[in-house]
Write a protein of this length. Structure first.
Length: 93
């Protein structure tokens, strides 16, 4: 299960980097998985902040609520990734 989660985090981070236009090669090392999780966490935080901002400027109440729900989902994703990071890498140090 942990390997599957790490694989998903790696794929998410690779996609995030590709979307950002950066070049990055991830391998199977723990250092690469750490970087992947950190990038994924940063991306989730960025998405959370974007949705919060969009909610703050939305004039339509339904749209505001939608962006607030999306912001909350991104925050949950970030927290889940942080938990994975803590579980898999903080115990190694």
């Amino acid at each position: 299960m942990a390997e599957t989660i790490m694989h998903i985090a790696t794929v998410i981070a690779m996609l995030a980097v590709l979307v950002a236009g950066a070049r990055f090669v991830l391998g199977p090392s723990a250092a690469d998985r750490t970087v992947a999780l950190r990038i994924a966490i940063q991306r989730e935080m960025g998405a959370h902040q974007l949705y919060q901002y969009l909610a703050s400027i939305a004039e339509n109440q339904q749209i505001k609520e939608l962006f607030n729900r999306l912001a909350l989902e991104e925050l949950k994703h970030k927290m889940r990734l942080e938990g994975m990071y803590d579980e898999n890498f903080l115990s190694e140090n």
